[in-house]
Design a protein around this ligand. Structure first.
Ligand code: C2O
Ligand code: CU
Length: 460
């Protein structure tokens, strides 16, 4: 969270540093309003016992500074957006969730491959108001990357999540390429919001169908921040923590976005692209070259997903090069992983997305929609038979996209989120490694999941 005092100090510093040399009055950029991208609040873990990381997470209403205004929101540890949790591979996390809300809550550790049972990524348990719950699990190897956490209460997630209950998890990995990567490393939480009378705007009836978007496009709680880079290479770790907004991002000039990871999983090699599309719940890590000394904007572009109000193309963040430019080095190899082999698939299933339903059924927690065996390899054909796009999420296991309407994807990657466009079929390959138990697959438009667009998967 940014306190009022902090942002004022930052404001004074940035105007002093920037306005004289760079601006003429005709400049379209309002330099007087330059705001440095705030660093996220962090959950402070006690690591005094080796191998253990202990902390508490308080879910409670709080007044926070959102884009320069004092607003009543729903928060974790009184921060907006939710504070960053840093975990390390191999350590045991003990996290006490304290519920001071007026409703049940719980935690989903989105993207992290944890058991969906017990004290781990158990979305079935409810923590009643005034109660606490002690989560405890070991962070598996190979999970290094950007993930996130949010509540996961059947039928009652969208409102508290829109009002602030969402935060990033950054797992420190043990990757060869990171040791050589000399960059300015930033976590950016993309979260839109609407404010009304000093509060977060409540849902309107129509938003339960199309999803609730906010007109303020915030990054780490502020609009249009600037990163004054400390290095000539910047690593942006982007999380879309919005309920419904699709963030399609491009640069304002022709430099590429160099993708390192999708959904917390690294690619085999850096992949230059023109744009990244972050659907709700998705993450991406990209590298940005600033060694030529030119500033560049990150530009939001509307997506033609049906049903939504139109948001104009707009710059949402500026990257300013460092004062001392250096030559940058790009890693050539990131990680290795086995490709999904279609010939090894033991099942081929169709998953049909309809309006608020999956395979024409609304969620029933007691019903198992798909049952499979641990270590099975399966192909799912996720087909959108509805009139709007839906972002598809599978808990616990990442998947590879095999093809989209029969066309192979431009490069190999592993995902836990993917957009399924109207009339499209996305074929995914899943290896149900390691974990057993009941978990879920669903549309991640929070309003759609609340309306029942979720289904139960059981791995035995
Ligand atoms: Cu991020 Cu089942 O959700
Ligand atoms: Cu949906």
């Amino acid at each position: 969270m940014v306190t009022v005092l902090d942002s004022r100090r930052r404001f004074l510093k940035s105007t002093a540093a920037l306005c004289v040399p760079l601006v003429g009055l005709s400049s379209p950029r309002v330099w007087g309003a330059v705001r440095e991208l705030p660093a996220l609040e962090e959950v402070k873990f006690d690591r005094s016992e080796p191998g253990l990381a202990r902390a508490a997470l308080l879910a409670a209403p709080a007044s926070v500074n959102i884009d320069g205004k004092l607003v009543k929101a729903i928060t974790y540890n009184n921060a907006f957006p939710g504070p960053l949790m840093r975990w390390r591979e191999g350590e045991t996390v003990q996290l006490k969730l304290i519920n001071r809300l007026d409703r049940d809550t719980n935690l989903h550790f989105h993207g992290v491959s944890l058991p969906p049972t017990g004290r781990a990524d158990n979305i079935w348990l409810h923590v009643p108001p005034g109660d606490t719950f002690d989560y405890e699990f070991t962070v598996p190897k190979g999970e290094g990357g950007l993930h996130w956490y949010h509540p996961h209460i059947n039928g009652a997630t969208a409102q508290p999540m829109f009002a602030g209950l969402a935060g990033p998890i950054l797992i420190e990995g043990d990757y060869e390429f990171e040791r050589e990567l000399d960059c300015d490393d930033r976590v950016c939480v993309l979260k839109d919001i609407s404010l009304e009378g000093g509060k977060v705007q409540p849902h309107r009836a129509s938003e339960w169908t199309v999803g609730k978007e906010g007109e303020l496009l915030l990054i780490n709680g502020v609009s249009r921040p600037t990163i004054r880079a400390k290095k000539s290479l910047v690593r942006l770790r982007l999380l879309n923590a919005s309920n419904a907004r699709y963030w399609r991002l491009r640069f304002s000039d022709d430099r590429p976005m160099i993708v390192l990871a999708h959904d917390g999983r690294y690619l085999r090699a850096p992949q230059p692209v023109d744009e990244v599309l972050l659907v709700p719940g998705a993450r991406a890590e990209i590298l940005v070259e600033l060694s030529d000394g030119r500033p560049v904007d990150v530009v939001y572009h509307p997506t033609g997903r049906r049903g939504m109000a139109y948001t104009a193309t707009q710059s949402i963040m500026t990257l300013a090069p460092p004062s001392v430019l250096t030559a940058t080095r790009m890693p050539s190899h990131l990680v290795s992983y086995d490709p999904f082999r279609i010939a090894e698939a033991q099942a081929d299933r169709e998953v049909v997305l309809g309006l608020f339903n999956i395979c024409t059924r609304f969620l029933e927690e007691a019903r198992v929609d798909i049952r499979t065996q641990v270590n099975a390899k399966e192909i799912w054909r996720v087909r959108n038979a509805d009139f709007m796009d839906h972002p598809f999420h599978l808990h616990t296991w990442h998947y590879e996209i095999l093809d989209i309407n029969g066309q192979p994807p431009p490069y190999s990657a592993r995902y836990d989120m993917t957009n399924v466009r109207v009339g499209f079929t996305v074929r995914i390959g899943i290896h149900f490694k390691q974990h057993t138990g009941r978990t879920m697959y669903h549309c991640h438009l929070a309003e759609h999941s609340d309306k029942g667009m979720m289904a139960v998967l059981e791995v035995v």
